[in-house]
Design a protein. Structure first.
Ligand code: NAD
Ligand code: GLY
Length: 373
């Protein structure tokens, strides 16, 4: 018997419903190099594929060939790889390529890479000539289940993660499962953190399915991956469709991120992967939820077990040899959810439901001290 649905349907589609900014997410095998995948995009003379030095050698030629059926000119810019390059100088390389090649305002940008390439390409598309169309072709699990969907685009600032950016929706998201076969194990685990996230905040049945299907996911079985990506995208579509610009509900997608972002910027971008920060951050946020009386310890342990089984860290890193909890608090105050210097945390309000609330510094300190290695 299958613990997950067999992979019988080659392509699934999830729709993001945002009136005139609506778009499909297509999920399946063999999509990248199939010209049909791109047939409904706006007509233009030029496509610019934005990728990085690790992903471009693997997949840019295949994408370029498929796009040549629709665009007279297909250009490529390969950015330096890694979170440490999600910054102004690297963003500028995209604008350099656009301007040096005389790209007009109809030019379509294609983000071929993980969340770093996706976030930067989206930001470039939002601002080049005040906005050009773009397509997300996510190549990591994390990007296929989260970052390519919903229109958040950004670069980092040394003082805070994703601090400079825009909301800007793509025209299409192409999740080709085949691309995940070359993904390193550590990156697969990082992506699983964002998959797990959807359980506690919205769907404990999905969480239970993850508990039984984790080995299949770690083995990259296409049926298991397809189901995980599809359900994650459905939940994200449901949230983004109600609150595109995060005036309320969308904040629940940041479960674990307030602590995780502090780890990423506190350790130096690229030291811990984003998904590692989120995985460990969810464990801390679950402990905080328990201290605030919203979930029981059994739930915290269940979540911790699944995060650990993914190969993700569950003990938080020390960010300062002095006042470590104070350093976390200082970094978390820069979070975008903070209001007038007060940190807002996503907590689990009973399994399957999330809430956003403030918490006394003393309780947050206790939880951080408890969770740090
Ligand atoms: P990433 O983009 O750095 O990719 C991870 C690594 O895998 C990179 O070295 C990349 O070159 C490599 N890689 C990518 N695809 C590959 C493939 N198919 N085969 C082999 N190697 C491959 O990291 P990520 O985890 O994809 O994304 C993290 C970023 O996403 C963070 O900057 C985070 O802030 C952002 N993010 C954004 C949103 C959003 O809503 N916009 C949501 C979640 C995360
Ligand atoms: N990844 C959080 C969001 O898209 O809102």
């Amino acid at each position: 018997m299958h613990a997950h649905p067999p992979f019988s349907h080659p392509t699934a589609q999830v729709q993001i419903d945002l009136a005139e900014r609506s778009y499909p997410i297509v999920i399946g095998s063999g999509l990248l190099g199939n010209a049909q995948t791109y047939k409904d995009l706006p007509r233009a003379a030029t496509a610019l594929v934005v990728s990085n030095t690790a992903v471009a050698p693997l997949y840019a030629a295949k994408l370029t060939q498929a796009l040549q059926a629709h665009f007279a000119r297909v250009l490529l810019v390969a950015l330096p790889d890694g979170e440490a390059h999600k910054d102004w100088p690297t963003l500028q390389l995209i604008f350099d390529a656009l301007l040096e090649n005389g790209c007009d305002r109809k030019t379509v940008l294609f983000a071929l890479g993980g969340g770093v390439v996706g976030d930067m390409t989206g930001f470039a598309a939002a601002s080049y000539m005040r906005g050009v169309p773009f397509v997300q072709v996510p190549t990591t699990l994390l990007a296929q289940v989260d970052s390519s969907v919903g229109g958040k685009t950004a670069i980092n600032h040394p003082l805070g993660k994703n601090m400079i950016g825009a909301f800007y929706q793509p025209q299409l998201v192409v999740c080709d499962l085949d691309l995940l076969q070359t993904l390193p194990a550590r990156e697969l685990s990082a992506g699983l953190a964002e998959v797990i996230k959807y359980g506690p905040i919205a769907d404990m049945e999905f969480f239970a399915w993850l508990e039984t299907s984790l080995d299949a996911l770690l083995a990259k079985e296409p049926g298991a991956l397809a189901h995980a990506i599809r359900r994650s995208c459905e939940i994200k579509a449901w949230v983004v469709g109600q609150d595109e610009r995060e005036s309320g509900l969308r904040a629940i997608l940041n479960f674990g991120h307030t602590f995780g972002h502090a780890m990423e910027s506190g350790l130096g971008y690229g030291e811990w992967l984003h998904g590692e920060g989120v995985g460990c951050g969810m464990v801390i946020a679950a402990h905080l939820s328990q201290r605030l009386g919203r979930v029981d310890l059994a739930f915290v342990e269940r979540l911790t077990t699944l995060v650990r089984r993914c190969g993700l860290p569950v003990r938080a890193p020390i960010l300062s040899v002095g006042d470590n909890a104070g350093r976390y608090l200082e970094l978390m105050r820069i979070d975008k959810k903070s209001e007038a210097g007060e940190i807002r945390f996503v907590v689990i309000d009973g399994p399957g439901k999330a809430a956003v609330c403030a918490a006394p510094d003393a309780v947050v300190r206790e939880v951080i001290d408890f969770c740090c290695a």
